[in-house]
Structure formats: C-alpha cells, structure tokens
Design a protein around this ligand. Sequence first.
Ligand code: CA
Ligand code: CA
Length: 357
Amino acid sequence: MKTLLILIHILVASVVYCEDQMHVENLISETHQINQPLPYTQILMSWEDPSAYTALDGYFMAFNQNSDYQLDHTTITGEPFTGKSQLFNCSGDDDTYYFHIVPAYFDFNLFEYVLGQQSTVGPYRIDTILPYNLNVVAPTITSTNPIDLTITAMGARSMCISNSGFGDCQGQWPDLTTYNKWYLADTEDGPKTIFVQCKDLAGNPVETAVVTNFDQTAPSASIMLSEFTSDDIYNVTIEFNEEIIGFEVNDITVRNGKIVSFIPDDIFPDQKYKIEICPEWEGLVTVHIPEGITRDRAGNVNTSSSLTLSYGSYAVPALNVWGIAVFFVVIQISYLYYTKIKDANPTTYYVGSAIFS
Ligand SMILES: [Ca+2]
Ligand SMILES: [Ca+2]
C-alpha cells in the first residue's frame, strides 16, 4: 500500500513539475499596458490556471519594483491566494513595477508548498503624482507682441498654452521646452489672460493662468495752471494719464521762467507733480515737456505737452494748438489797442492768466 501511495505521489508530481505546464496562463493587466505611464491608482492583474495542472492550491505573488524578484521559500508567507485576479493599490511618479506569480500546491510528505514556475510581467509604469511647482512668468506689462513666456514644472513633459481657456489647444500638446515666445491674440490695450496647462507622460494635469497688461499707448501729460500767487509764482500741475518712469525736473523746459520747486504728488508720485515757476519778464511763459523724455511701464515713450502762460499786463483766452498762430496775430493787435486804453485808465490792469494747455 505504501508503495502504491509513493507511486501515485510520483505520478502526480510528474504532472505538477512538468516545466511547460507549471506557470500561469494568459497573465495580463486589465488596467495597464506594458511600459506605458498611466495615472490609475489601482492595477488589476488576472491570469488563468496552468494547463493540465492537477495539483494546485493557489498562487503566491508579489507586486514590486524588482524585476529579478524571486518567489521562493524565503519570500513566500502564509497561504496561497486562490483567485485568478488580484487588485493592487499603486502609486508613484512614473515608477516601474513588476508582477510576480507562481502556482503552488502543498506537499504533505515534505510538509511545505511546492512551487511551480514563476511568471514575471512588467514593467508597469505607475504615475499617480501630478506635476508640481508649475511656474509661469510673463511680463506684468508689455508693449510687445509676442511676449516672453517662461514655463517651468517639475514632472511635466508637455503643455498647452491658450489665450482663450485651459486645454484649448486643438489637441496640440508640445514639449515643455518648445516655447519661449507667446503671441497674444487680442492686441487691444488692456489685461490679457494666458492659460497654461501641463501634463506628465501619464496625462496628470496641472494648470495656472497669468495676466499681462498689454499697452501700446504713449503716455501724455496735462499741464495745468493751479494758481498764480502774490509772489508772482505760477503753481503748475503736471499730470500724466498713467504711471511713468524716471520723470524729473530736468525733463521740463520752461521758456521765460525758472522752476523753483518740483514736488511729486504724495498719492501718485509716478504720475502727478507740482511745480512752481517764477517768470523772468513780462510776456509769454511756456512750460514744455518734450516727446520721448520719459516712458510708461510698458516702455512707450511720452508724447509732448505744453502750457503757455501770460505774465504781465494782459490776459489771453485759452486756445488750442491750431489757434496759436491766430492768437498771436490777435494778441498783437489787441495789445496795441489795449495800451491806448491803459494809458487812458491805468486801473484796468491784469496780472497774468493761463492761455492753453
Ligand atoms: Ca507624474
Ligand atoms: Ca501706456
């Protein structure tokens, strides 16, 4: 009887240990492809029993990053798994994993599990980590188009830049290093939003938006007479229509007068200034800001501005630039006539007044 049992055991073992039939069949992942980065947080492995396997108690398996991992008596523990699919939680930033599985049956003579042929499949590239530290740098304000655009992101490989919305790239996802210039679609002055989205190889997206102010309009100043003091000082206000850079007293030209003070405004020091002008002699005093002596924050240089004041014994009305020539003709005629009136009645005497800006 004992001989018969031994014979049966040998016959069973000869089936179990037949090398060609000792491994699982049709081992695949239901969720992942080989060497394809994917963002899923679980991987499902499935297989079928070894063909003609007559003694099978289950499977020992491992899912790890070691392609050479061996399932043997030093690494297996507990009871073998009896199902034919297994779900593993997985995570990584494009990390490489392998699945190992070996069929087993329990040998009551050896009183241990006898292992069949191990199967290893992989690599499976697990990427559950979003790109990070996405940083997009665009000029705060610019007068040029295209603009300089710098995009950096850790763990990202491709990107989508759009003037209209996140991911609005018509399927084009160029490499992260492709662009350093970006064309704004809308070139009207004003704030422009640039939408940037980046992905890693697994398709994990991150996004951010930046705003650049597009400005192609030259700054210009209004020069206004605030007051004429009893000390024969003109108080003049210079106010630009936007913030400017590097404007100083030497940028102002005064004809027939001297600037005795130049004070930036407390609230708008880069936009508004008060100056005091002391006229030199009776006649016209001209305050002039030449073109191109200052610029706005986008780099556009200023247009010219002027104010002419009348200092002395006659008053003149406000005129526009085209009226200047006519004004001078009129004033000369008027002055001759006025002189006669003044001689007749000295009390009708004017101190000074603004003419135009
Ligand atoms: Ca990633
Ligand atoms: Ca401007």
